[in-house]
Design a protein around this ligand. Structure first.
Ligand code: TA6
Length: 294
């Protein structure tokens, strides 16, 4: 088992290994903080399991593990656009960051957890944005996407930490924290809708971009006896998504019977919440995922 990656010494709690599709991944195993897996491909966190607990992130059993495809589940990094972008004219869907191998730039372990830091290589044709991503496996799972404008002009971009949470049955969960917020219904008209109900419940495909909200969101999952909180900073949008049966069936990397087991709560800055950076300016968006009994 390799203990060094490109000159970076790995602490005993971190191992470098080869996953499916021969994709390199870092495995974290810590008696206090649990276990996690992060692929260099997309700097993609595919799993986090607190000690003695159940996996918190959902990962499709049908996911591709190929250098030219996104991993289905965990926390895909959508950058520098979301979906097809504001004008729906950008490819690939959700940007190039999740399709590219990121470079591991630092690994540290302290009383707060194990932190892995990655840098996105900039290719010809990319926006002049330098992205670094920190994953902290601790009492909670923390992720932070830092973007710096390395160009000479102002640059606008979108970003989302597209978190797939594992739930017992999406038809039994309630999402709290967005009451009163407005959302763009991606399955409806262009005008924002106010979230009238106290909690979000799911009875069909749901694909909503909540706007101007910095609220922490709680996924209450009585079937699993737990509540998952997604707190955030530096983010004005929260996306809530479940594909339901038909859309899941239409995706080759999503099992037909898997859709009840997940809900996405995505920490984002998209559409009217897109970020514009002046030359040299930096922006950080963070998400903190934690689990409590309930
Ligand atoms: O965040 C929800 C969403 O934008 C949905 O519309 C759906 O497209 C989902 O992301 C997954 O997108 P992907 O490109 O990963 O298949």
């Amino acid at each position: 088992m390799r203990r060094v990656l490109r000159g970076i010494d790995l602490p005993a709690s971190v191992r470098l290994e080869t996953g499916p599709g021969d994709l390199l991944r870092l495995g974290v195993d810590h008696e206090r903080f649990g276990s996690a897996e992060v692929y260099l491909h997309g700097a993609h966190v595919t799993g986090w399991t607190p000690p003695g607990g159940a996996p918190v992130l959902w990962l499709s059993a049908q996911s591709h593990f190929r250098s030219d495809a996104a991993i289905r589940g965990g926390i895909p990094i959508c950058f520098p656009w979301f979906g097809g972008g504001p004008a729906d004219d950008q490819k690939p869907s959700h940007g190039y960051a999740r399709l590219r191998d990121w470079r591991l730039v630092a690994v540290s372990e302290d009383a707060d957890g194990v932190t892995l830091a990655f840098a996105l290589p900039v290719d010809d044709g990319d926006l002049p944005l330098e992205a670094t991503y920190r994953v902290t496996v601790g009492e909670a799972l923390g992720v932070a996407l830092e973007v710096r404008n390395a160009g000479e002009e102002a640059v606008a971009f979108e970003e989302a930490l597209h978190t797939y949470l594992a739930v017992s049955d999406v038809r039994q969960v309630a999402v709290e924290g967005l009451d009163g917020a407005r959302y763009l219904d991606r399955l409806g008209g262009p005008e924002p809708v106010v979230q009238e109900e106290d909690v979000i419940r799911f009875a069909a495909e749901t694909d909503r971009i909540y706007v101007e909200t910095d609220a922490a969101v709680v996924v209450s999952d009585p079937g699993a006896g737990r509540r998952i909180t997604v707190a955030k900073s530096g983010s004005s949008n929260t996306v809530v998504w479940n594909p339901w049966a038909d859309k899941a069936h239409a995706m080759a990397d999503f099992g037909d019977d898997e859709w009840p087991g997940m809900v996405c709560v995505e920490t984002a800055n998209v559409r009217t919440g897109a970020i514009t950076l002046a030359p040299g300016e930096t922006h950080v968006m963070t998400a903190r995922i934690e689990v409590a009994a309930g």
